[in-house]
Design a protein around this ligand. Structure first.
Ligand code: ZN
Length: 464
């Protein structure tokens, strides 16, 4: 057994330190169930104090550590090499305090998102972060990756939902800032350094999160539109007229809608497959009469020609059907292999031309290309799935080049949700200036001078 693993085992016990063989029986990622974890050891702390002492020891021994949450990331942010130690927060899974008056919840980093949603719902409260991986992803990972998801349009991304944060730095220092206030201008707001830093600056151990009243109404509709311009106008109209209750506005291009509503998909079409664009929209409110208001709203939009077709979910079954069409993205992987996925961000006014351009450029190279676009239109954030029959390194690079290069000119971002991890390092410079990247590296060096925290992630070349 390596000396460092021996030392950690002597200090924390066999229960908290799984050696390579034992760690290797677990999966490396939720998406790749056939790939096992291959690391020096897996640490399973139960308290912040343990995380601190573990990092202290690793720091002293120059031992690289990769923080692990629910392992649902898609850019390789938790990939752990054989000489690295994984540190999972899964045992720190307590919801510590629900403060109804203050509308906050205090949690440990290993709480699973869906569990938190359920516990809060039992108390009449809502934690509004919502994403496909909610059954496995953990709050610590949501914070480290600044998760976005399906309701960011109304409630913001994770960064907007964190009031206080406790982080353990690379050398074991505990930085506790469990602030419960919305306003605190006492110097730098350090929590934002760690939110979205993908575990490269510190290990998130606890957080104070903002919660909302649990909505009593939920109205959901599929809308068919004959042009992108109409989708844009309809988004503006919806934001203006739905009393700030609009929580989701998801745009689906026709190819994606048709794929998701044709066999082997289990879902039949809600509306005919003939529209070039579809919107899946949802409002959540506090008034039992919200459903009737929503119906009138859509009727008016139809009568005035703002939209071309619409259907409202009337039952829970229909609700699941509507959302299934949007969310059942795994279907793509069973129909096409291999698939490259993207999560670009750009101004709504640039979306249509951008999608047309990259689709044409890709088709010019791969005539039998499969291309699907959909996403969070209201947030300016789209998911793209590209399958061109190959997955070798140079094909991947060529596809990425076509998808990412135009974003530089229009001021978009190569990632709106997934982060950089390992997979997008080569393209970071398209979305950040040289000065920004330099400052990021200066911060990394200041907080983790030995470079032991999640090494090799985010930056292509590091000056460390
Ligand atoms: Zn998304």
């Amino acid at each position: 057994m390596p000396k460092i693993v021996e030392l950690l085992t002597d200090t924390f016990g066999k229960n908290a330190v799984l050696p390579r063989a034992q760690a290797g029986t677990r999966v490396a990622s939720n998406w790749r169930q056939n790939e096992n974890l291959d690391c020096l050891a897996l640490l399973l702390p139960e308290t912040t104090d343990e995380v601190s002492k573990m990092l202290q020891i690793c720091h002293e021994h120059n031992q690289p550590v990769v923080p692990h949450g629910g392992l649902t990331g898609v850019v390789g942010g938790t990939v752990t090499r054989p000489d690295e130690i994984a540190l999972s927060l899964e045992r720190m899974n307590q919801v510590e305090e629900i403060n109804v008056q203050n509308k906050t919840v205090t949690v440990q980093a290993g709480v699973v998102l869906q569990h938190l949603q359920q516990v809060l719902a039992e108390n009449g409260l809502l934690f509004p972060l919502d994403l496909g991986a909610k059954g496995s992803c953990m709050i610590g990972g949501n914070i480290s990756s600044n998760a976005g998801g399906l309701q960011a349009l109304r409630y913001g991304v994770m960064r907007n939902l964190v009031l206080g944060l406790e982080v353990v730095l690379a050398d074991g220092t505990v930085l506790s800032s469990m602030n419960k206030m919305v306003k605190n201008n006492a110097g730098y707001d350090l929590k934002h350094l760690f939110i979205g830093s993908e575990g490269t600056l510190g290990v998130v151990t606890r957080a104070v999160l903002k919660v909302e009243d649990l909505p009593v109404s939920r109205s959901t509709a599929f809308v068919g539109l004959n042009s992108f311009e109409k989708a844009t106008q309809f988004l503006q109209y919806s934001m203006k007229h739905l009393k700030n209750e609009l929580s989701s506005f998801e745009l689906l291009w026709q190819d994606y809608y048709s794929l998701m509503t044709s066999p082997p998909s289990p879902f039949s079409p809600v509306l005919p497959q003939t529209y070039p664009f579809y919107v899946l929209m949802e409002t959540r409110g506090q008034d039992a009469g919200d459903g009737a208001v929503f119906e009138t709203f859509l009727e008016n939009a139809l009568t005035s020609g703002l939209i071309d077709d619409a259907s409202i979910a009337q039952t829970q079954q229909e609700l699941d059907w509507f959302w299934g069409i949007r969310e059942n993205v795994e279907l793509i992987f069973s129909v096409h292999q291999p698939v490259f996925l993207f999560d670009v961000s750009l101004a709504i006014s640039d979306m249509e031309a951008y999608i047309e351009k990259i689709k044409t450029d890709l088709q010019n190279i791969w005539a039998d290309l499969h291309f699907y676009a959909f996403g969070h239109m209201g947030d300016g954030n789209l998911h793209l799935f590209v399958s061109c029959g190959h997955a070798d390194h140079s094909t991947r690079h060529q596809v990425e080049d076509i998808v990412y290069q135009p974003l530089r000119q229009i001021g978009g971002s190569i990632t709106g949700e997934h982060g950089i991890g390992l997979e997008k390092k080569a393209w970071l410079h398209l979305s950040r200036t040289a000065e920004e990247i330099q400052l990021m590296q200066t911060l990394k060096k200041a907080l983790d001078p030995k470079g032991i925290l999640n090494p090799g992630k985010i930056f292509l070349l590091t000056s460390l």
